[in-house]
Write a protein that binds this ligand. Structure first.
Ligand SMILES: [Fe+2]
Length: 234
């Protein structure tokens, strides 16, 4: 793994995808903990208006807040730390680990940007870990538009349903997908199985902790802390 090449590729394309980054046994440990948690509690945490309007079917879980020490391991992985540092520069910091769970036959996530793209220096970094294979059969593949993190705000829905230039990633168990918060991306609908991904979010130096509080969808800007639509987009 050439860290400088990966960092350059990230800045050019807004993402980097690496297979076999994590040990399969470690992925099984994480996956089992995730399944145990959601077997007990798979109720939606977002309010219904949001789910309907955002077309996003995700149940978040913050395992470290529940004292799940096992999830500290990946956060402390030296290769991950070095790669993050080469992308974000010194002074970056971790925000949290968020597991994202979607029920079978759910919608995935509509096209969005994680945060306001108006200042190119102010963004979050998603470090997505896949504890199980995601592919055409399972559904829930990630679609993204390479380079779109430099194209400003994602076009509103009135421009037309399709966005050009997308590629589809089928993340394998043990893979790492790093996504720039300004990148245009979505998750395709999920088929007959549940979907899990785990996001170790972090930010460059000087970026506020609540950077992802307002998410940019094609039909609205949505603020999670207040559970409200900040702006309708047409
Ligand atoms: Fe996202």
């Amino acid at each position: 793994m050439n860290i400088n090449q990966l960092a350059n590729s990230f800045h050019l394309n807004g993402y980097v995808y690496i297979e076999n980054f994590f040990d399969r046994n470690l992925m099984d440990t994480y996956q089992n903990k995730i399944l145990d948690h959601f077997a007990l509690d798979s109720s939606y945490k977002h309010d219904n208006d949001f789910i309907k309007k955002s077309d996003t079917d995700v149940i978040p879980w913050f395992p470290q807040n529940d004292g799940e020490k096992a999830f500290d391991g990946i956060e402390q992985d030296e290769r991950l730390i070095n790669l993050t540092e080469s992308i974000l520069g010194p002074g970056w910091k971790s925000l949290y680990c968020m597991v994202m769970y979607s029920n079978k036959l759910s919608n995935g996530q509509a096209w969005h940007q994680d945060c306001d793209p108006s200042n190119s220096n102010i963004f979050n970094l998603n470090r997505l870990i896949y504890t199980t294979d995601i592919n055409k059969l399972s559904g829930g593949e990630v679609e993204l538009i390479p380079g779109s993190h430099k194209k400003g705000i994602i076009p509103p829905i009135s421009i037309g349903n399709d966005l050009d230039g997308g590629i589809t990633i089928e993340p394998k168990k043990g893979s790492l997908l790093m996504l720039h918060g300004h990148l245009w991306h979505r998750v395709l609908p999920i088929n007959k199985t549940i979907r899990v991904s785990t996001n170790y979010r972090c930010i460059p130096k000087g970026v506020p902790d609540n950077i992802t509080d307002i998410c940019v969808y094609r039909n609205m800007l949505y603020q999670f802390s207040d559970e409200r639509v900040v702006e309708e987009r047409i």
